[in-house]
Design a protein around this ligand. Structure first.
Ligand code: SF4
Length: 283
C-alpha cells in the first residue's frame, strides 16, 4: 500500500511556542507554584491530558482566578475585556497568544477605530473568534459561509471591513471578498489574517487527496484547523476519516485500499501522528 504522509502534518509555530512557554514555566522557578491555563492551551485532548498529569490546571472561568496566580493565555488569545479585568485583579498573565492571532487582533482594532463594522469569516463559538470580536469596537457580524454573507447583505450595512479567523479556508475567503467588492464596496478593506500554516496544510491536503483513494486527518475534534482539513478533503470528493488517535482508525474501511493519505492539524503532536502512520502501515 502507498501511504502519503503530509510534510506539513503536526505542530505549527504558534502551538509550538505556546507549549514551550508552558514548559519553561514548569521547569522554571514557578514549578512549585500552581500554573494554570485559561481554557485549553491548544485544542488537542492528548496534549491536555499530558499537562494535566504534570499538574497544570485548566481554569475555564476567569472569575475563579486569584490575585498572584500564574495563568498562561492560550494560543488562540482571550477577549480584551477579560485580559484587562485579570490584570486589574493582579493575576499574573503569561501571554502565549500566537503572533498570527495577535496580528489579526491588532489589524481588526485599527480598522474598527475608523468606525467600520467587522464582517468576520469564522466559527461564532470558537475562542479565537470571541477574542477577535472583542477588538472590533465598532461592531461585528460573524459569518461562516457565502450563504450567511448573502443573508447579511440583505441588511443595510454601513462602512465595513472583512477579516477571517486565522484557520479559515483561503479559497472561501477570496470568494467572500469578491462578493463584498461586487455587492457592497469595491474598496472594502480585506485583512490578511489567514495563517500561512493553515493555508499550507490545506493546500497540501488538496494535492494529496488527488493522489489517494482515502485520507485520514489526525487531530482534536475541537481543533478548528483540523476540522477545516477534513472539509478540504471531503470537497476533493474522497472518503475522509477524522481520528484523534490510532485506536479510532476505521481499519475495516482502510484495508484493501491501494493508497491512503495522512495529514494532521496544527495542534497534533508528532507521537500521535506516528502511531497512526504505524497502525496504517501494519494493518
Ligand atoms: Fe498560530 Fe497559525 Fe498555528 Fe493558529 S495555525 S496557532 S494562527 S501559527
Amino acid at each position: 500500500m502507498n501511504i502519503i504522509l503530509a510534510q506539513t502534518a503536526g505542530f505549527c509555530m504558534g502551538v509550538d511556542m505556546a507549549l514551550r512557554k508552558l514548559d519553561s514555566l514548569l521547569h522554571g522557578p514557578d514549578q512549585k507554584s500552581e500554573v494554570c491555563t485559561l481554557g485549553p492551551i491548544i485544542h488537542n485532548p492528548q496534549v491536555l491530558q499530558e499537562y494535566a498529569a504534570r499538574g497544570v490546571a485548566q481554569i475555564n472561568d476567569p472569575q475563579a482566578l486569584n490575585t498572584g496566580q500564574t495563568v498562561v493565555v492560550r494560543a488562540h488569545g482571550i477577549p480584551r475585556n477579560i485580559e484587562a479585568a485579570l490584570q486589574a485583579r493582579g493575576v499574573r498573565l503569561i501571554d502565549a497568544t500566537c503572533p498570527k492571532v495577535k496580528k489579526a487582533q491588532v489589524l481588526i482594532a485599527k480598522q474598527a477605530a475608523q468606525g467600520r463594522l467587522l464582517i468576520l469569516l469564522g466559527e461564532a463559538d470558537h475562542p479565537e473568534v470571541r477574542g477577535l470580536l472583542s477588538y472590533a469596537a465598532s461592531g461585528a457580524c460573524v459569518v461562516d459561509s457565502e450563504e450567511g454573507l448573502e443573508e447579511l447583505l440583505q441588511d443595510r450595512l454601513g462602512p465595513c471591513f472583512l477579516a477571517a479567523q486565522t484557520t479559515q479556508d483561503q479559497e472561501l475567503y477570496v470568494r467572500m471578498a469578491d462578493l463584498l467588492r461586487r455587492r457592497l464596496d469595491p474598496d472594502i478593506p480585506v485583512l490578511d489574517t489567514i495563517c500561512a500554516a493553515t493555508m499550507n496544510r490545506q493546500e497540501e491536503a488538496r494535492v494529496i487527496a488527488e493522489q489517494v483513494q482515502a485520507m485520514v486527518v489526525v487531530g482534536g475534534r475541537e481543533s478548528g484547523n483540523t476540522r477545516r482539513l477534513v472539509q478540504v478533503v471531503e470537497q476533493a470528493g474522497i472518503p475522509c476519516h477524522h481520528v484523534e488517535i490510532a485506536d479510532e482508525l476505521p481499519l475495516d474501511q482502510l484495508r484493501g485500499l491501494n493508497s491512503i493519505g495522512i495529514t494532521a492539524g496544527a495542534s497534533t503532536p508528532k507521537n500521535v501522528i506516528q502511531a497512526v502512520v504505524q497502525r496504517v502501515e501494519t494493518m
